[in-house]
Design a protein around this ligand. Structure first.
Ligand code: AMP
Ligand code: MG
Length: 356
């Protein structure tokens, strides 16, 4: 198959992004450009993403970002094979901005439109960066999602487990807020945790040791809130919280590694892929690496800039869908909820919202 060149747009939360990616499945692909404008500053005073501010910001800057992404890639709009945009799940106002822009470009340039599931973008990132083959086990850990999935093809997902309440990134962000650390909290919690004693405060580990692959973080968050009402050492509290989060992730993922082997006994080198913004956490990455090795799994954690929201992953997921011969109609409706596993629920689809 000839190499495909895809323009991708991402606007589902608080990052406005445009990218141009070239390649063929199974990858790796060439990321010709990837521009991410983070709206963090606009939302920081509110301690979380404000949907209305997010969609206005997407609207204001997306056009310019697309021009820059094409310039950086040295590719003209005429030369792209298709235009891909996140069509959900996410904050609906933002999704509408990106998808409508993609539709307008597709219409006036006579190019195919590819409507991309944001979660498929995260799921397929390790193919873009490392050419990982199917099937693989995916742990998706982000601000809006915490899921374990078997990925058997670009559009073939089996949901193993999901969170019953908060996403893990959300738990990091809320912990930071409770402890008075600036938004976005995840990276700040990691910095403080590195200086603290993880045994200082005993915190609960919901569902630990129970069968199944679902997650729960709300009990942990409540415990942090109670802890914060006492005289607390912030470094130690962060370290204790992060250790509890790691134990939960390891316990649930261990069950999924076993299940994946049963479901895919032919897979020669079973692979664990970790994606989503929380994959940027070095302590979590190290713990999962150890876990994977002890189960004879390979592990891939894409570089942090492709783990957090970006448009290169959307362009790549669009490329995989295009390569299957799929195209989407110009009246494709944006979706606030859109599970990857057609039979399952989409776990935690709410994404972060103001005060949440
Ligand atoms: P995403 O939703 O994929 O854009 O990822 C953003 C989420 O990842 C937010 O909840 C962040 O707090 C979280 N995150 C980013 N970096 C880290 C880190 N180093 N440790 C823990 N969480 C992180
Ligand atoms: Mg995301």
């Amino acid at each position: 198959m000839n190499s495909l060149t895809i323009l991708g747009l991402e606007t589902s939360c608080d990052e406005t992004a445009a990218a141009v990616v070239r390649g063929t499945p199974p990858g790796p692909g060439v990321i010709l450009s990837s521009i991410v404008f983070s709206q963090t500053e606009a939302h920081a005073p509110y301690g979380g993403v404000v949907p209305e501010i997010a969609s206005r910001a997407h609207l204001e800057i997306l056009d310019g970002l697309i021009e820059r992404a094409l310039d950086d890639a040295n590719v003209s709009l005429h030369a792209v094979d298709a235009i891909a945009a996140t069509a959900g799940p996410g904050l609906i106002g933002g999704v509408m901005v990106g998808l409508t822009t993609a539709k307008a470009l597709a219409l006036c340039m006579g190019k195919p439109l590819i409507a991309v599931n944001h979660l498929a973008g995260h799921a397929l990132t390790a193919r873009m960066t490392d050419g990982v083959g199917f099937p693989f086990l995916l742990l998706l850990v982000s601000g809006g999602h915490c899921q374990l999935l078997a990925v058997a093809g670009p559009e073939d997902y089996r949901l193993y487990g999901t969170t019953m309440d908060d996403a893990v990134g959300e738990a990091f962000d809320k912990t930071a807020k409770i402890l008075g650390l600036p938004y976005p909290g995840g990276p700040n919690v990691e910095i403080h945790a590195a200086r603290g004693n993880s045994r200082a405060y005993p915190l609960p580990r919901p569902l630990l040791g129970r069968p199944g692959m679902d997650f729960s973080f709300s009990g942990l968050k409540t415990a942090v809130r109670q802890l914060a009402q006492t005289q607390v050492n912030v470094d130690d509290a962060c370290a204790s919280f992060q250790a509890a989060a790691i134990d939960i992730l390891k316990d649930r993922t261990a069950h999924a590694l076993t299940r994946f082997r049963q479901d895919f006994p032919q897979a020669p080198h079973p692979m664990l892929v970790v994606a989503g913004g929380v994959a940027a956490n070095a302590a979590i990455g190290a713990a999962l690496r150890q876990l994977a090795e002890s189960h004879d799994f390979d592990i891939r954690v894409p570089p942090p800039k492709y783990c957090t929201d970006n448009a290169a992953m959307i362009a790549w997921a669009g490329l995989e869908r295009f390569a299957l011969g799929k195209r989407d109609p110009l009246d494709f409706s944006p979706r606030a909820r859109w599970p990857l596993d057609a039979s399952g629920d989409d776990g935690h689809s709410g994404k972060r919202q103001q005060g949440a």
